[in-house]
Design a protein around this ligand. Structure first.
Ligand SMILES: *Cc1c(COP(=O)(O)O)cnc(C)c1O
Length: 227
């Protein structure tokens, strides 16, 4: 559905207001970045959000990312890859030069990505995805292994620059469990901050306020903006 500018403005204002409220509760100095997840929406809405001041957009499929980056090439947008990366799409993603890849979900994927980056003489900024809620359906490394795997990737994959961590909150109505998955991820992030990590990507439409209160500094919001 193509939304009109006023509707998008209201949605964006509401999200920004909620971000403000949540981040101020943490600290005046706590800055939160909003990445708009455009995967469900039309290209036209991305262009309108750009007119409203939004700059960072995320997609979960390499093909769709490519189409949109190409179509909207004239706009100075920042593109994020947030979905699972299939091995046969790695080269395509490298060629797109995304601003940040959120879903580095295993050492195997990191090794493969590093090899292909090397071959192309390219680099990529990535986040290590953590499956903090321990859900079968989700990708990511376990919270127990995350710290060590992060170090291992840093040491063995010189073409990947790790910038921090990403998680998807527990898929449940139980706020306590969602909170726990965010707190677990944030505590790993805090340890990694000492070695230069700067991004803790957590929070989507249903749980971004909670995520910010747990220390997230990058939220990925889709449906709340396109209603
Ligand atoms: C789709 C998606 C989002 C946004 O989801 P909404 O609930 O629509 O805000 C955020 N992160 C990831 C990894 C996604 O796949």
């Amino acid at each position: 559905m193509i939304l009109d500018k006023e509707q998008l403005r209201r949605n964006l204002d509401e999200v920004i207001w909620n971000i403000e409220e949540a981040r101020i509760a943490v600290s005046e100095h706590h800055i939160v970045k909003l990445v708009t997840v455009a995967k469900y929406t039309e290209m036209e809405n991305i262009a309108t959000l750009y007119e409203l001041g939004q700059r960072a957009f995320g997609e979960n499929q390499v093909q769709q990312l490519k189409e949109r980056m190409t179509e909207l090439e004239a706009l100075p947008l920042e593109w994020h890859m947030i979905g699972s990366l299939q091995k046969n799409k790695i080269n395509n993603l490298i060629d797109l030069r995304p601003s940040l890849m959120h879903s580095l979900e295993s050492i195997e994927l990191a090794t493969e990505l590093n090899k292909k980056l090397e071959a192309k003489g390219s680099k990529m900024h990535c986040l290590l995805q953590i499956n903090a809620a321990k859900e079968e359906s989700k990708s990511g490394v376990s919270s127990e292994e995350a710290f060590d795997i992060y170090q291992q990737i840093k040491e063995s994959c010189p073409n990947i620059t790790l910038k921090g961590v990403m998680t998807i909150g527990a898929h449940t109505e139980d706020i306590k469990r969602i909170q726990q998955s965010f707190e677990t991820t944030h505590s790993i992030y805090e340890k990694l901050e000492k070695e230069g990590a700067t991004i803790c990507s957590m929070g989507m439409s249903s749980d971004y306020k909670l995520a910010i209160k747990c220390g997230s500094n990058l939220i990925r919001v889709g449906s709340a903006l396109f209603k």
